[in-house]
Design a protein around this ligand. Structure first.
Ligand SMILES: *Cc1c(COP(=O)(O)O)cnc(C)c1O
Length: 394
């Protein structure tokens, strides 16, 4: 016990990212390990949203649309681009991840005529599977769910598009984006990557790996706030041929000309659909400033160290009662998932002791570690709290 406490204190003292915790408005008494569902609020967001409401909306009124608001989706996209390895002009922020999955899948199908199968990760976050099913029905394609490890069994000349998650939402497992992208391309198909649990977790190389399309959430590890709009990546080489189904005026080449015909914007803005949700979008813009000057390799190193230390603490304090289902090697994101038959009841018990994680059906406890604001002593306290609750039950 003392050994773990000493180690935690030492690791916290040597943590090069520890200074970032002060950027966040967090209750010091609470160990918050659910940033993989809803990231914590960066302090600067409240002031910025106040300014947007009082100044941009209250004083500039409708003029703000032309002054700063209309182009905000591309501007905020440029702030996300370096976090996902995208050069300029290829990321735009708009709508939700669910909506962007729909746009990306239909656009990918339009890029692959003569192919009739949509492959989707069988263990995917539900919305991805639901949307893929609807797209299959609408476009007359066949849906083929498959575990990512078995991708080779289904890929072929019928495959149009493959929708994959870089990090599995339930187990926290990290998949090899380079290898999977290559396999999909070898089959002549297109790949859409869902980065919801990997954006803000590790360096991502969308351009370098030749990824076709990608989408991701901004309210998880990017801390954009509840319901913050999602992003979509369309590389330059595909922009001219990217035809998404939601041809709203937001993606029009000249929206304010209000012409009767739809002419898509020549760039990534063609992935937009309707009027952007400015309050959430500008809250996200302020939240992303926290990443300025932060090296993603350092974030990744700390995330692996933090999750590794947590696994070690769990092994030592509760190892005989819970099973760690997240890979112990580097094939994991910044989430540790544990299995316990009473997982559902454990979460509220831990929350009552001010350690917040979450539950996923049927028996999984998830703990997300955000290197920007979580520390090693918190990891230890979470493991200890888990062990304490389990001890009261036995
Ligand atoms: C969180 C998450 C989503 C959420 O989609 P919304 O449209 O924002 O509700 C989608 N896919 C994955 C993999 C997720 O983890």
């Amino acid at each position: 016990m003392t050994d773990l406490s000493e180690r935690a204190a030492e690791l916290d003292a040597r943590d090069p990212l520890a200074y970032l915790r002060a950027e966040f408005d967090l209750d010091p008494g609470v160990v918050y390990l659910d940033g993989n569902s809803l990231g914590a609020p960066p302090r600067r967001v409240a002031a910025r949203v106040g300014e947007v409401i009082h100044q941009e909306w209250g004083r500039r009124l409708i003029r703000s649309w032309q002054e700063t608001w209309w182009t905000a989706p591309e501007r905020v996209g440029e702030k996300i681009a370096p976090l996902v390895g995208a050069g300029p002009g290829q990321v735009v922020v708009a709508d939700s991840t669910s909506v962007n999955i729909f746009k990306a899948l239909v656009a990918a199908i339009r890029l692959t005529p003569g192919r009739d199968e949509i492959v989707v990760d069988a263990a995917t976050f539900p919305t991805d599977g639901y949307i893929a099913e609807s797209v299959a029905e609408m476009t007359g394609k066949v849906l083929r769910p498959v575990m990512p490890d078995d991708l080779g069994d289904v890929l072929g000349d019928r495959t149009a598009v493959v929708l994959l998650n870089q990090v599995d939402f339930k187990t926290g497992r990290l998949y090899d984006m380079a290898a999977a992208t290559e396999r999909v391309h070898e089959a002549g198909a297109r790949v859409v990557w869902d980065l919801c649990h990997s954006a803000g977790v590790l360096p991502i190389e969308l351009d370098a790996l030749g990824v076709d399309l990608a989408v991701g959430c901004t309210y998880k590890f990017l801390n954009g706030g509840p319901g913050a709009p999602a992003f979509i990546y369309v590389p330059r080489r595909l922009q001219e041929s990217f035809r998404q189904p939601l041809s709203g005026w937001g993606g029009h080449r000249d929206p304010f000309a209000m012409t009767p015909d739809y002419v898509p914007d020549p760039g990534v803005a063609r992935a937009r659909a309707g009027t952007p949700d400015i309050l959430s979008l500008l809250a996200l813009e302020a939240a992303l400033e926290v990443w300025d000057g932060v090296d993603l390799a350092g974030v990744r190193a700390k995330g692996l160290a933090l999750t590794g230390f947590f696994i070690e603490c769990v092994d030592e304090l509760a190892g005989d009662t819970v099973e760690v289902i997240t890979p112990r090697d580097q094939r994991r994101g910044h989430q540790v998932s544990l299995r316990h038959p009473d997982a559902r009841a454990l979460v509220p018990e831990m929350t009552a002791r001010e350690v917040i994680g979450d539950f996923r059906d049927p028996d999984v406890l998830r703990f997300g570690f955000a290197p920007l604001y979580n520390g090693y002593a918190e990891a230890l306290r979470a493991a200890r709290t888990l062990a304490d609750v389990l001890a009261t039950w036995s």
